[in-house]
Design a protein around this ligand. Structure first.
Ligand SMILES: Nc1ncnc2c1ncn2[C@@H]1O[C@H](COP(=O)(O)OP(=O)(O)O)[C@@H](O)[C@H]1O
Ligand SMILES: [Mg+2]
Length: 339
């Protein structure tokens, strides 16, 4: 039996705007195993960040979790806590945020305070959550900053965010997220705002930290290439739904959903040197006016109106599912020899 840390069940998150309702997360279910990495991938606007915030019960009005469960198993044998059912500002939720589930945001510019030193932002939460003296909390902060590869950590504590490079800020965010020894680290596009070299360093760092601290990671990205580097299992999201779920090898070598296949054709791969990269035709539709039937159909090369009206979330193999009515005939088409 897999050791489940977090189980999201049929989660729905809406934003109630005067113009209409945005169904940002529209019935997503998945599990994260203790110590493993789940990759969440999908184009911008698919609901990845809203889902991440929902897991920490941080969605603010006009947004709200409307239904579903977020079951968190703090210990392997403990009964789950349904985070979705707790009050957003309750002490229990605040203890889980940071202390048990920590989050790194895409843009450290918006999550690090401009008017406080790194020390101010790091030491107090450590003191509070780990119940340490100020000096002990400072020592812990220095250790962590050194561990994430930041030189002169003592001095760095006295700095402000504008004095740091993008890569340094992201490392500070990682150190802060790890400071209370979380069991789950949610990383929302942590490498999107940094250059390719820094991206590789940060992915390496996160893998090393996972080996050392043993936390599970939920890694969110719009870049399927990054998923290959870090994930064990993958959820592909499109317009608030998961369209394909499988282990990382299956996603790359035997994808079933046309959207996953299109994402794969749009990333450079060493075995496809001579082929031209494709972009997915069209854009992600306006979520206020969701397409009827299969939400991907306006962009799908396999769309047949009658067949695709109500795509099932079909089991391809035991841990592999895809939300597509045409999985089997697409497979046949793909396996036909091409001249
Ligand atoms: N505060 C908000 N108010 C209204 N709509 C929002 C808000 N936050 C997110 N959304 C909408 O929810 C959808 C999903 O957004 P998001 O989770 O940020 O996508 P992703 O992270 O995959 O790029 C988008 O259509 C976005 O416009
Ligand atoms: Mg996002």
């Amino acid at each position: 039996m897999p050791d489940i840390l977090l189980e999201v069940k049929d989660l729905h998150v809406n934003f109630f705007l005067t113009e209409g309702t945005v169904k940002a997360v529209n019935g997503v279910s998945f599990k994260i195993e203790r110590g493993k990495t789940l990759g969440i991938v999908g184009e911008s606007g698919c609901g990845k960040s809203v889902m991440a915030r929902a897991i920490l019960n941080m969605v603010r009005p006009p947004g709200r979790i409307v239904s579903g469960e977020i079951n968190y198993y703090s210990q392997p044998d403990s009964p789950p806590i349904n985070i979705a059912s707790l009050n957003r500002n309750s002490a229990q939720v605040r203890r889980i945020r940071w202390g048990e589930i920590a989050m790194i945001f895409q843009e450290p510019m918006t999550s690090l305070s401009p008017v406080h030193t790194i020390s101010n932002q790091m030491i107090e939460p450590i003191q509070l959550h780990l119940n340490l003296s100020k000096q002990a909390a400072k020592n812990h902060a220095v250790e962590l900053l050194a561990r994430v590869g930041l030189p002169n950590p003592e001095q760095l504590l006295t700095r402000y965010r504008h004095e740091l490079s993008g890569g340094m800020r992201q490392r500070v965010m990682i150190a802060m997220a790890l400071s209370c020894n979380p069991k789950l680290l949610i990383a929302d596009e942590p490498t999107t705002a940094v250059d390719v070299t820094t991206q590789a360093q940060i992915l390496n760092l996160m893998r090393g930290l996972q080996d050392e601290f043993g936390m599970a990671i939920m890694f969110i990205t719009h870049a399927l290439g990054v998923i290959a580097e870090i994930a064990d299992d993958v959820v592909v999201m499109y317009l608030g739904e998961e369209v394909e779920v499988a282990d990382v090898d299956t996603i790359f070598h035997d994808p079933s959903h046309p959207y996953t296949q299109a994402l794969l054709r749009s990333i450079p791969r060493p075995d496809m040197k001579l082929k031209r990269l494709e972009t997915i035709k069209g854009n992600v539709p306006d979520p206020m006016h969701l397409p009827q039937g299969c939400k991907y159909h306006p962009r799908c090369r396999y769309y047949i109106p009658t067949r695709c009206a109500n795509p099932p979330f079909e089991r391809v193999s035991s841990e592999h599912r895809a939300r597509c009515a045409r999985i089997h005939d697409i497979k046949e088409q793909l396996s036909e020899p091409t001249s």
